[in-house]
Design a protein around this ligand. Structure first.
Ligand SMILES: Cc1cc2nc3c(=O)[nH]c(=O)nc-3n(C[C@H](O)[C@H](O)[C@H](O)COP(=O)(O)OP(=O)(O)OC[C@H]3O[C@@H](n4cnc5c(N)ncnc54)[C@H](O)[C@@H]3O)c2cc1C
Ligand code: FES
Length: 365
């Protein structure tokens, strides 16, 4: 027979537990007042330095709390800040190499009219504390490194993840048969220009090719024929690509024509926004972890609908790139707005930010 607790003992235990939780919350509040980077669970980081890289790009050096688990060169993090009372998140590639000092850096280009990048440039100061997501993403150098050399190919602020890779190789003394090709609007807009030159000067294993649109020597912007002439074995190299969408599209086509797409690894900062959807008949979305049910009518993505319903699922890029919003769908039908693919089987992972409900759903949230 299962032993039962007398009612009074049960009440006492419940009261002690709630009092304990209350005290924990109070303690968390007061510790947070003394050290804003302290948190029982979340990664928070203090801004320790801000570096002007170019007229529109700044690096923010961050010292995270003990919840930070580090990163692999090429991965991104999600930064969370409060703007006008609203908490907003954006993804940024980590531009620094993995470091035993546990510091990391993000390098942010100011986007005209961009909400978060402009705020970071205008408002964030040394000493301020921001929220961080765990490092994520599979844009990392393949291990072990395949034969055939490495090509790091970037444009504009897309240099950040590949710079992290180069810094990592440099720190490990592993800059061996690396070609770094970077495209920028002008000499003044070359992010990390001086450091790249310095690494190239001391590492014979690095060949650096900087291309700028207004180069008086006529170097110009991305050009397939020039790349092929200057890096004749480009298609044989493991290539890490990140840059503006038009540059990426041209490189992808060039590699596809050469039959080398399998050696081309890509990181995107943006995708076309998913098509908006018309409202349909409302369906119930049951959140199994929090035992809540939210009504979704198909207008907007599942992420937007859950947020409107009061849930706070994790999110980052909100455009299907970073996978921060990935969640397990226990049952129901979901359509991916980017690909048109339908997830109909139980226990499939879906991305909330680019999905809409096509039936009642059960989500592990
Ligand atoms: C994996 C990843 C890594 C990244 N790494 C970096 C990095 O290292 N450095 C970096 O600078 N950036 C990086 N980004 C981009 C970054 O996440 C932000 O997207 C960028 O900083 C712009 O954010 P914002 O809030 O300033 O602009 P937003 O306010 O989000 O606006 C961005 C642009 O979209 C337009 N826009 C806004 N809303 C709409 C709408 N509803 N419809 C149409 N257009 C709209 C705006 O006018 C603006 O031009 C990365 C992104 C990803 C996904
Ligand atoms: S929030 Fe980045 S993939 Fe959904």
């Amino acid at each position: 027979m299962t032993p039962t607790l007398p009612m009074s003992a049960l009440r006492r235990a419940t009261r002690a537990l709630s009092r304990g939780l209350f005290l924990d919350r109070q303690a968390a509040f007061w510790i947070g007042q003394v050290d804003p980077t302290w948190s029982p669970r979340e990664v928070r980081a203090r801004v320790v330095e801000i570096i002007d890289e170019t007229p529109d790009t700044r690096t923010f050096v961050l010292q995270p709390n003990h919840h930070w688990r580090g990163h692999r060169a090429g991965q991104h993090t999600t930064i969370e800040v409060e703007i006008d009372g609203v908490r907003v998140r954006r993804c940024y590639s980590i531009s620094s190499a993995p470091s035993p000092a546990r510091r990391l850096a993000i390098t942010v280009k100011r986007v005209p009219d961009g909400r978060v990048s402009s705020w970071l440039h205008d408002e964030l100061c040394p000493g301020d504390v921001v929220g961080l997501g765990a490092a994520a993403g599979d844009f990392v150098l393949p291990e072990p490194r395949p034969a055939g050399g490495l090509l790091l190919l970037s444009g504009g602020s897309g240099i950040t993840p590949v710079m992290s890779m180069l810094r990592d190789l440099d720190a490990r003394g592993a800059v061996d048969d690396v070609v770094f090709v970077h495209h920028a609007r002008s000499r003044d807009h070359v992010i990390f220009g001086a450091e790249l030159e310095a690494i190239a000067a001391r590492r014979p294993g690095l060949r650096l090719l900087i291309r700028v649109d207004d180069d008086p020597r006529g170097d110009g912007a991305f050009d397939e024929a020039r790349l092929a002439a200057q890096v004749p074995d480009h298609a044989a190299r493991t290539t890490m690509l990140c840059g503006p969408a038009p540059l990426m599209a041209r490189v992808e086509q060039m590699w596809a024509r050469a039959g080398a797409s399998a050696r081309l690894h890509r990181e995107r900062f943006a995708t076309p926004r998913p098509a908006t959807t018309e409202p349909g008949a409302p369906v119930a979305v049951r959140l199994t972890r929090t035992a809540r049910t939210i009504s979704a009518d198909g207008a907007g993505t599942l992420l937007e609908q859950l947020e409107r319903g009061g849930a706070r699922p994790a999110s980052g890029c909100r455009m299907g790139i970073c996978k921060t919003c990935t969640c397990r769908k226990r049952s129901g039908v979901v359509e991916n707005l980017l690909t048109g693919a339908r997830s109909t089987d139980p226990d499939e992972d879906i991305q909330l930010c680019v999905s809409v409900a096509r039936s009642e759903l059960e989500l592990e949230l």
